[in-house]
Design a binder for this molecule. Structure first.
Ligand SMILES: [Zn+2]
Ligand SMILES: [Zn+2]
Length: 417
């Protein structure tokens, strides 16, 4: 195929059965969120560019990785690189701060970043996230983190580990920033190029560097700089999570990539993935909605999770059962009745398909074996007498049943033979 007709670099076509698994993850995530009271909010996949510029000016995503374009009307638009900014915009624009607080929301959909393509990084990826607006309480942080853990568990990854830190507030963080800059300035020449730049734009992200890990080892710990409120908030949150039986590990150098966090930042890992891979990340961003012209005080906490990453964690650990399908095969000349019977079964709630290739019965059975557990055979004298054959491919059990009793039989798989 001509290169111009191929999918854009760094994107993927999600085909069955992976697409079916993705759909099941979506179902599990949204179902879990709903049980916690977080309801779906769908924002456009693009926003006016200033939304993202305002929210994450000095981040790599906004500086180098955004997909921006000017539409025919001359409006500067950007494909959303993450969900949090768009939800904040929606919260403010729809006046949701006037509703009873807190407001619990979740989102699910594609995000776009022009990253260097690699095995786990797609330029279009799917994200699920939850956002809680209106509460400064540590209980709010706890609830959001518990929801993230619940989703991970529902997907089949038991006992997730919460990596937790607090990056302080506008009162106590400046002093930490100073200490951090001082520490890194003394080691300026040993730093990678990115970090030499970060020092001036976003010093907390120095701690995020994957190259200068050894230098970080002895960097100052923000815990020593927390004001009383931040220290209490962190302590209470840890206690709440442990009271709920969750495993918490304090990570002094966890800062997260985006600018807008304050206090709580967290990641959720799973032992099966290795300690470097975060399934989820999130935190608190009390000032975010305010920067988008929201009211002065709009506390918020939330997380986002990459579905592709979850999927790769699952493939080794957990096999979600796919819906079992019924294959309606036919004897020669009975194509039409087999289609009618398949439709009859589908209307009763089964997943059913019939042969559309006019194949021999033998070829149909071979075809059925690829994806179905049960074959219903239509044709011959049985059909004239109102009966069909049923065959369970797994154990070869076969029987003839009256057409009107077929759905009852198929609903009771335990009684087969
Ligand atoms: Zn503080
Ligand atoms: Zn570095």
């Amino acid at each position: 195929m001509c290169a111009e007709f191929q999918k854009p670099r760094g994107t993927q076509d999600v085909l069955p059965p992976v697409s079916q698994k993705m759909e099941q993850i979506r179902h599990i995530a949204l179902d879990c969120a709903q049980r916690f009271g977080y309801l779906l909010v769908e924002t456009p996949v693009f926003e006016q560019t200033p939304v993202f510029l305002r929210v994450g000016e000095s981040t790599d995503i906004v500086q180098h990785e955004r997909y921006s374009f000017t539409d025919n009307g001359g409006v500067d638009l950007t494909l959303r690189p993450e969900g949090t900014a768009a939800i904040a915009r929606a919260y403010v624009e729809n006046g949701m701060y006037n509703q009873p607080q807190p407001v619990r929301m979740c989102y699910y959909g594609p995000m776009f970043r022009r990253e260097r393509p690699s095995a786990m990084r797609y330029r279009q990826h799917t994200q699920f996230g939850a956002e809680l607006y209106g509460s400064v309480q540590p209980e709010a942080d706890a609830e959001v983190i518990l929801l993230a853990c619940a989703v991970v568990e529902q997907i089949g990854l038991a006992d997730p580990v919460i990596r937790l830190n607090s990056i302080g507030c506008s009162e106590c963080r400046p002093a930490y920033r100073e200490a951090l800059i001082l520490y890194y300035q003394q080691r300026h020449d040993q730093l990678c190029q990115d970090c030499q730049k970060r020092m001036n734009t976003n010093p907390l992200r120095l701690l995020d560097c994957k190259i200068d890990v050894a230098i970080r080892e002895r960097a100052p710990d923000i815990a020593a700089f927390w004001c009383e409120d931040c220290a209490t908030h962190y302590r209470d949150l840890t206690q709440l999570l442990t009271s709920c039986g969750r495993q918490v590990s304090r990570e002094p150098f966890l800062v997260r990539g985006l600018d807008y966090y304050n206090r709580t930042v967290f990641e959720i890992n799973h032992p099966s993935m290795g300690s470097q891979v975060a399934l989820f990340g999130g935190g608190r961003y009390d000032g975010l909605a305010t920067t988008l012209d929201g009211p002065k005080s709009t506390p918020a906490v939330g997380f986002g999770m990459g579905i592709e990453r979850i999927l790769s964690a699952m493939e080794e650990n957990f096999d979600l059962p796919l819906m079992s399908r019924i294959y309606v095969a036919h004897l020669p000349g009975f194509e039409a009745p087999s289609l009618v019977l398949a439709e009859e079964l589908r209307r009763k709630g089964f997943a059913a398909e019939s042969d559309l290739m006019n194949r021999s019965l033998k070829a149909q059975l071979r075809d059925a074996g690829r994806q179905s557990g049960v074959v219903v055979i239509v044709g011959g004298r049985e059909w004239e007498q109102g009966e069909v054959g049923v065959k369970w491919l797994e154990n070869g059990v076969q029987m003839t049943v009256k057409r009107e009793e077929l759905s009852d039989l198929l609903r009771q798989p335990e009684e087969k033979g």
